[in-house]
Design a protein around this ligand. Structure first.
Ligand code: GDP
Length: 234
């Protein structure tokens, strides 16, 4: 179509945006007013799940929503403690269990608490690592079924991916998407040198929209995903 390198870049830009923006994808997080909406966060340890939950909690409380955090990674005491610090900082309630408690009971209690307090959102932090991958995926699937006992409550299952992991992110996305119906991706650590090009593969191969990006370690460092900006940066 062209022999000019600037034109070529513009063409490439357009192709990539079109690949991401097919007009059918919703990138906002779903919720229904007047009932507790559950957003589950899944992903391997260290990708930024807990930090992302804190960011989302802050964003939602700022717009006047009442948020309950469910510390359903009961396999690591440190996970609940970290979430507890964030809950205090962003002004959200938190439900946690003893270390080793059934994660399902934590989710159940958090949903009951949300209903009795008239809260809008339950954000569920899940385990990122168990003895085997099969155990982890079974556990997540079990949690999903517990949430779904309340029909319509589960609005989002968000897979958190670290932009610096490259191709491995695609492998993770495939595994989690097989086990639980992932509704969106949160791409963290885009503030570093990583450009997160793996997003193109995830969106075109798995059809999962990227909904949010993390651009730092503080609670304000969260942005909606914008295909145009992303491609321009890439
Ligand atoms: P989890 O194990 O998935 O819950 O991960 P954490 O939320 O504990 O985060 C792991 C590390 O990544 C922490 O040091 C976070 O501060 C850091 N982190 C999380 N999100 C971002 C981000 O968007 N940018 C940067 N630079 N660091 C992040």
């Amino acid at each position: 179509k062209t022999s000019d390198s600037d034109d070529l870049l513009a063409l490439l830009h357009g192709e990539l945006v079109a690949l991401l923006d097919d007009g059918a994808k919703t990138r906002t997080l779903a919720s229904t007013p007047g009932e507790p909406n559950v957003w589950m966060f899944v992903g391997v340890n260290g990708v930024g799940k807990t930090t992302t939950i804190a960011k989302v909690a802050q964003r939602e409380t700022e717009i006047g929503r009442q948020v309950v955090l469910a510390a359903a990674d009961t396999f690591r005491a440190a996970a609940a403690e970290q979430l507890g610090h964030w809950a205090e900082r962003v002004g959200a309630d938190m439900v946690r269990g003893q270390e080793g408690a059934d994660p399902g009971s934590v989710v159940f209690d958090a949903m009951s608490a949300a209903t009795s307090r008239g809260a809008d959102l339950v954000l569920v932090d899940t385990a990122g690592r168990l003895h085997t991958k099969v155990n982890l995926m079974n556990e997540l699937e079990k949690l999903r079924r517990i949430v779904e006992r309340t029909p319509g409550a589960l609005k989002e299952v968000l897979l958190v991916l670290d932009a610096t992991t490259g191709q491995n992110g695609l492998a993770q996305a495939r595994e989690f998407a097989d086990a639980v119906d992932v509704t969106g991706v949160v791409l963290t650590k885009l503030d570093g040198t990583a450009k997160g090009g793996i997003v193109l593969a995830i969106e075109s191969e798995l059809g999962i929209p990227v909904k949010l990006v993390g651009i730092g370690e503080s609670a304000a460092d969260l942005l909606p995903f914008d295909p145009h900006e992303f491609v321009a940066a890439l």
